[in-house]
Design a protein. Structure first.
Length: 364
């Protein structure tokens, strides 16, 4: 396996999303001595919310290889795309959860490149996106080990000592589940466009069945395979966890429900398969119901798998629908030109149907 052959690679910067490279370069040189030459700038296709760039220098401290994240142009949800918060969460977590990237600096001066941004060291490795990279073929047993290792890292995160990390003020205390249902319902109303369902039945069902929080811990809120970095030497080992923009203190089962919404398995229908963003369909990957069983066994949390669990799964699907709708709203109103978002409205309507299917099955 050649060096870099399976590492995650960026592409050309999209029109309208360019950085002011000269200004960013000058700012970065004040923080990192010894940078050589001008940075090669690429943009990652992932990061559907915040824009993510790689700045590769010829050399210098930290190898001269960095990731820059900034919010998108256009309107933003209150509290979303907060670069300062995302930076500080990772900086606080790093000592107690080592797979967080090393933070380099936060820039709050929007005149540098049009928005606040932060820079971190790039973790060199494999990011499992829709498919595993070419040249990397894992057998069933190895895939199973990768799958359980990723879930173990989620359990490990949920067991982080909040006080030791200094993140006690990250959340709002008890009532997390209720706040999420109310908050995501409100966000959906604000982002709704004429071509999507109103989710009236699903929103009412969730509201009526909202449980008390099972715990209050650090949660990632966007736990997916394409947010982890794997070792090139051993692709079953997680060496990095990325995209902390929605991390908070909250209910760990809500975090698991969020994760399952992205978990497309081999026997799903063609629509789900068509929007798959991670390789959870591969032989050896756990099925969704197996993921829940595995997590509950490892974490020690108790929940009625036949009835009560449906709330967390429907919540995850509804939340994903809202996120997709918020992104589509920006495309609909020409605040982003990314063609990947053109048909998100179809997925939103499909997720309404999926929510109703899970509800129907929970009544059997």
């Amino acid at each position: 396996m050649t060096q870099g052959s399976v590492q995650d690679q960026g592409g050309s910067v999209r029109a309208g999303e360019e950085l002011n490279v000269a200004n960013v370069d000058a700012w970065l040189r004040n923080l990192v001595p010894g940078l050589q030459g001008q940075p090669e700038v690429t943009q990652f296709s992932g990061g559907a919310s915040n824009w993510t760039y790689r700045l590769k220098y010829a050399g210098g401290e930290h190898g001269g290889d960095f990731i820059l994240r900034r919010p998108p142009k256009g309107t933003k949800a209150k509290g979303a795309h907060d670069m300062g918060r995302e930076f500080k969460v990772q900086k606080a977590l790093k000592p107690v959860y080592p797979v967080v990237p090393n933070m380099v600096g936060l820039c709050t001066d929007e005149s540098v490149t049009g928005a606040e941004f932060y820079v971190m060291e790039r973790i060199a490795g494999i990011i499992p996106r829709k498919n595993m990279p070419r040249g990397l073929s894992l057998d069933t047993a190895t895939t199973r080990k990768l799958c359980t290792n990723v879930l173990d890292k989620l359990v490990e995160l949920h067991q982080v000592d909040v006080h030791a990390s200094g993140l006690e003020s990250l959340g709002k205390g008890s009532g997390y589940c209720q706040r999420q249902i109310e908050g995501w319902s409100d966000r959906f109303s604000k982002a709704k466009t004429w071509n999507v369902s109103g989710f009236a039945y699903v929103r009412e069902w969730l509201k009526e069945r909202t449980p008390r929080d099972i715990a209050n811990c650090v949660i990632h809120n966007d736990w997916r395979f394409d947010n982890v970095v794997l070792s090139e030497q051993d692709p079953t080992q997680v060496i990095g966890v990325l995209d902390w923009e929605m991390a908070t203190l909250g209910d760990p089962l809500m975090d698991l429900g969020n994760s399952l919404a992205y978990w497309v398995q081999a026997d799903d229908d063609f629509i789900m398969k068509g929007v798959r963003r991670q390789p959870t369909h591969l032989p050896g990957m756990l099925l969704r119901n197996e993921v829940v069983d595995y997590y509950l066994d490892k974490s020690g949390y108790k929940v009625d798998r036949q009835g009560a669990w449906a709330f967390y799964e429907v919540y995850g699907l509804f939340r994903l629908a809202v996120i997709a709708q918020q992104i589509y709203y920006r495309y609909h109103h020409k605040q982003t030109r990314n063609p990947a978002f053109k048909n998100f409205w179809i997925m939103v309507n499909y997720l309404n149907w999926r929510c109703k299917q899970v509800i129907k099955q929970s009544k059997r």
